[in-house]
Design a protein around this ligand. Structure first.
Ligand code: 13P
Length: 252
């Protein structure tokens, strides 16, 4: 058994208004008060102030779903890391496949964002994962290794040991089609091996690697019990407090 704390991170994507977000977190905080997992909600930018306030004194941490890498400037519509830090954000999700697909986020941008997040005292949750075609063509390993190698350029060993990586096969996102426990474990293991190759065994032992893609109460326990899977990045099932509670309390 590793010493890594299991993380149950919700990615709300573009869901919930600020008011709905506060109501949700107020309801969730008692439900997860005794959870052994680290509970994180990844919320839209406009929900952050209310959610941080609602989560005060609870064990719920707050993630943003994106950021810009520059400290400030003429970037209409963007949000900097210092803005997020000032609001009390703990984690920032970057490189999600939806951002890569719909907003042309590249590995190089993910790397710049990771640098900026760490420089501002927050932790990046770096997403990676292959498409169905890539899996069928047998290039999953190469693809995920490439994504993570670029994302981690210039990141020190000390920083790397704190960050979180989320392996999310694109074909399993929002499809109800979860990767098998073996498939998820295999790729999370490949990522851990890469981290050992890039840094050391010690960093590989510390870094947390999540699985994402149709995680639900029915499969969370089995997935999170795998040696290389340290929790989940949860989309749809994180929007309902009943199901997210069950995922966070999967070992209860
Ligand atoms: P679903 O859990 O809805 O498949 O979404 C996964 C995801 O994209 C989390 O970031």
């Amino acid at each position: 058994m590793s010493n890594r704390v299991i993380m149950a991170a919700g990615n709300w994507k573009m869901n919930k208004t600020p008011r709905e977000a506060v109501e949700f977190v107020n309801d969730l905080k008692d439900r997860v008060a005794n959870s052994n997992s680290e509970v994180v909600v990844g919320v839209p930018f406009v929900c952050i102030p209310g959610v941080v306030e609602a989560a005060k004194g609870s064990n719920i941490k707050v993630a943003a779903q994106n950021c810009h890498w520059e400290p400030s400037g003429a970037y209409t519509g963007e949000v900097s890391c210092s803005m997020l830090k000032e609001l009390g954000v703990d984690y920032v999700i970057i490189g999600h496949s939806e951002r890569r697909e719909y907003f042309a986020e590249t590995d190089e941008m993910v790397n710049k964002k990771a640098r900026a997040i760490l420089d501002n005292g927050m932790i990046p949750i770096i997403c990676c994962g292959e498409s169905l075609t890539q899996r069928e063509q047998g290039v999953t390993k190469e693809h995920v290794r490439y994504q993570i190698k670029i994302a981690l350029l210039g990141i020190t060993a000390e920083e790397a040991s704190k960050i979180v990586i989320a392996y999310e096969p694109i074909w399993a996102i929002g499809t109800g089609k979860t990767a098998t426990t073996e498939q998820a474990e295999e790729v999370c293991g490949i990522i851990r091996e890469l981290v050992e190759e890039l840094y050391s065994k010690d960093v590989a032992e510390k870094i947390r690697i999540l699985y994402g893609g149709s995680v639900k109460p029915e499969n969370a326990k089995e997935l999170f019990a795998m040696p290389n899977i340290d929790g989940g990045l949860v989309g749809g099932a994180s929007l309902k407090s009943d199901s997210f509670e069950k995922i966070a309390n999967h070992d209860a």
